[in-house]
Design a protein around this ligand. Sequence first.
Ligand code: IPM
Ligand code: MN
Length: 360
Amino acid sequence: MKKHIAVLAGDGIGPEITDGAIAVLKKIGEKYGHEFEFEHLLMGVCAIEETGEPLPQYTIDRCLASDSVLLGAVGGAVGDPRINNLPGHLRPEAGLLKIRAALGLYSNLRPAKLFPALAGACPLRADIAAKGIDLVVVRELTGGIYFGERGRGQSEGGEYAYDTEKYNVEEITRIAKIAFELAQKRKKKVISIDKANVLESSRLWREIVHTVAKDYPDVEVTDMLVDNAAMQLVKNPAQFDVVVTSNIFGDILSDEAAMITGSIGMLASSSLGATKRGLYEPIHGSAPDIAGKDLANPIATILSAAMMLRDSFDLGKEAEAVEQAVNKVLDEGYRTADIFSEGKTLVKGSEMTKLIVDRI
Ligand code: IPM
Ligand code: MN
């Protein structure tokens, strides 16, 4: 199989971690007889520096021409003079929103799993962690308040600003279907999260989720209010399997879900739309404080590459080979600084990549 992969390494630790994923994909290619080509493109602060905008049209065009996209991370440090005082639409984050919209990536899957070898890193009480954490946040990614009308104006109370949360039936239906189909491959349980006691958009969300649910009688669906969900995630995370929610609630809850696994440096994600062309990226950010020091954990990006193999290229066996190599390295006790604990072997980011590549 021959595939063309667009690489948006981005900022901070982005280039180090995408290098790790590329090395792994190259090894998979050699071992299983596939040819992966990589095309590096600008996005984020590095794109702003060179072109004045966070996501140049050329990058969009080349991503659209690719089979899939691998993304590192975008964003600069607080106070970075290259992005200080930039208007909202020229900030690096705007580039990320624009690529999601341009590629039509409405479905963002964020699995949060407690790796047995890292159970010690879980910040929750041991009896709670012992029940395990293995959930997927299905986050709607191209609608809601992130893309609704926004603006500023003047009122009697001074300047005002507003953003709009808005969802239509089609947007809710297609993301609900993704969640139910995923649930059929897992524990057949969907928890839909909203704020239907207050928001009209959430009331429509809830209504439509239940309409879609009728086509999946084998899946149990429960509604949960977002404030309660925030609490339940730390009280009893084992109750969650597939969680489906809006863009902004998914943003917030997926960080919480990642944190309770204790290893944000380990968590991958996929963003897909109507085609097989997806965007795969780690959940963590650009970590400018440790950039260039070979300290960053490449595993989240490597596991994102595994998701690409499985979900965009239908290479399930190859994806499993990557996941098994990661598990093996962890079982052997190798740790980057972010997941290090006493008695384990501390390694640099590039060493971690090499250990994984050698086990494929
Ligand atoms: C994420 C990030 C982005 C988001 C930002 C950087 C725009 O927080 O992918 O979760 O809010 O979607
Ligand atoms: Mn986020």
